[in-house]
Ligand binder design. Structure first.
Ligand code: AMP
Length: 222
């Protein structure tokens, strides 16, 4: 099964992606994760996109399409994939349709998770992630006596980089979040409209607990 998961930042896409990937044995292709890994590694791509990510703007369509086309042709994704964070513009959506035709693949469902902007700003300014186990949490999930320790895996520092395990993403500041929401409403919803005409398409309200949203997702996927 090949899925496209869309939604504004902080809507719970990452959490739903985890459920889907584990439950349906899909390979998670997150363009945001790929770009952040490039920035962290200091690669040529990373240096090119670092400032764009920090500002909450979009990386160029050409660069993103090359990145995704290359990834979709790697052997490990042949059993099914979940595309998270791509497409983000109408041009990327058209590009995706074209590249899938070219490589003989299709999309079984497009899932768009939605939530009110104010709910998202509230969630994202509180969002923290563990560098070691990857768990995404709310600050209130941390132990007030040991706020630097991941409640999921117990790590305090990342053994690879030596950095603190618990961190807030650079682009999770209120100004950047509002800019990313604006970009979502204009650019990414245009991408959704392009895909809506082509593949099975579902909009899901992302308020409620992660399990409640997962149930709605499972219902539409059947
Ligand atoms: P995400 O983790 O999906 O929220 O992505 C973080 C940031 O990476 C975005 O704010 C963009 O700067 C960049 N990015 C990720 N995916 C794309 C894409 N498909 N097109 C352009 N920029 C992207």
């Amino acid at each position: 099964m090949n899925l496209v998961l869309m939604g504004p930042p902080g809507v719970g896409k990452g959490t739903q992606a985890r459920y889907l990937v584990e439950g349906r044995r899909l390979v998670h292709i997150s363009t945001g994760d790929m770009l952040r890994a490039a920035v962290a590694s200091g690669s040529e791509l990373g240096q090119k996109v670092e400032a764009v990510l920090a500002a909450g703007e979009l990386v160029s369509d050409d660069l993103m399409m090359d990145l995704v086309k290359d990834r979709l042709q790697q052997p490990d994704v042949a059993g099914g994939w979940l595309l998270d964070g791509f497409p983000r513009t109408g041009a990327q959506a058209e590009g995706l349709i074209g590249m899938l035709e070219e490589i003989g693949q299709t999309v079984d469902a497009v899932l768009v998770i939605t939530a009110p902007d104010e709910e998202i700003v509230r969630r994202l300014t509180q969002r923290v992630t563990c560098r070691v186990c990857g768990k995404i949490m709310n600050r209130k999930d941390l132990d007030p006596a040991r706020p630097g320790v991941c409640p999921a895996c117990g790590a305090e520092t990342d053994p690879v980089t030596g950095k603190a395990a618990i961190y807030q993403r650079d682009d999770d500041t209120e100004a950047t979040i509002r800019r990313r929401l604006q970009v979502f409403a204009t650019e990414t919803m245009a991408a959704a409209r392009v895909l809506q005409g082509r593949f099975p398409y579902h909009e899901i309200v992302g308020t409620g607990t992660p399990d409640e949203v997962a149930r709605k997702v499972a219902d539409v996927l059947g």
